[in-house]
Every structure is written in structure tokens, then in C-alpha cells.
Ligand binder design. Structure first.
Ligand SMILES: [Mg+2]
Length: 127
């Protein structure tokens, strides 16, 4: 896989920690944030992120708001949304806002890996 840097954003701290461990074991370069605000700060600090994995349901700045801001400021970043059950509407809204794709939580690691690889391919073709 092309070496892509991932930013994982989710307010569930144990989920972020577990997924970060599992993805870094697979050689993926991964940063994490527990809120939309923190994610934007990490990007503003100049971290070179290719793909953002973004939880939709977060307190404060929600996932869709964060997505819109990421796409406005960094259109080349691909965003994969993590949505809960029965939030197809949210996923559709997210796709309209420029999300690359979405996954329903809880998601299988393999499914997430596939989406990451797809997003990395599309991203590298755009650059
Ligand atoms: Mg959440």
C-alpha cells in the first residue's frame, strides 16, 4: 500500500487506542484526535495527513461539521466517516459534503483496511 498517513478522530478513547495499535501494527502511520477541534488543530499544525477516519457522533464539533471544515481547508484529504446504526441519512449528507466513503460502526478491521487502501489510491491519483 502506498504510504499514507491516517488521522483517526473519535470521542471514544478506548476505541481510538485499540484501533491505533492495530493499524500501527500493520505498518500504518497513524495520528489520533478525540474531537473535531483537536483534529483541525493537528492539521493546522502542519501534520501531513492523507486520510482522515472520522466519527460522526462526537460532542462539541460533530463529525459532519468537522468533515465540511476539513474539505474546505484541505480538499486533497480523503475522509472516511464512521457512522452508527440507522444513520444512513447522515452518511448521505457526509457523501454530499465530500466524504470518500463511510463505514457503519462497529466495523471490521478488514473492511476499514480496504477503505483505507481505496482512499489512498484515489488520493495518490489526485496528487
Ligand atoms: Mg462518537
Amino acid at each position: 500500500m502506498a504510504q499514507a498517513t491516517i488521522l483517526l478522530v473519535d470521542d471514544e478513547i478506548p476505541f481510538v487506542e485499540t484501533l491505533t495499535k492495530r493499524l500501527s501494527k500493520r505498518g500504518i502511520d497513524i495520528l489520533s484526535a478525540f474531537s473535531g477541534q483537536d483534529a483541525l488543530l493537528l492539521l493546522a499544525a502542519g501534520n501531513d495527513v492523507d486520510i482522515v477516519i472520522l466519527d460522526v457522533k462526537m460532542p462539541g464539533m460533530g463529525g459532519l461539521e468537522t468533515l465540511a471544515e476539513i474539505k474546505r481547508q484541505y480538499p486533497a484529504i480523503e475522509v472516511i466517516l464512521l457512522t452508527g446504526h440507522s444513520t444512513v441519512d447522515t452518511a448521505v449528507k457526509g457523501m454530499r459534503l465530500g466524504a470518500f466513503d463511510y463505514l457503519t460502526k462497529p466495523c471490521e478491521l478488514e473492511a476499514l483496511m480496504e477503505k483505507i487502501e481505496d482512499a489512498a489510491k484515489v488520493g495518490s491519483q489526485r496528487r
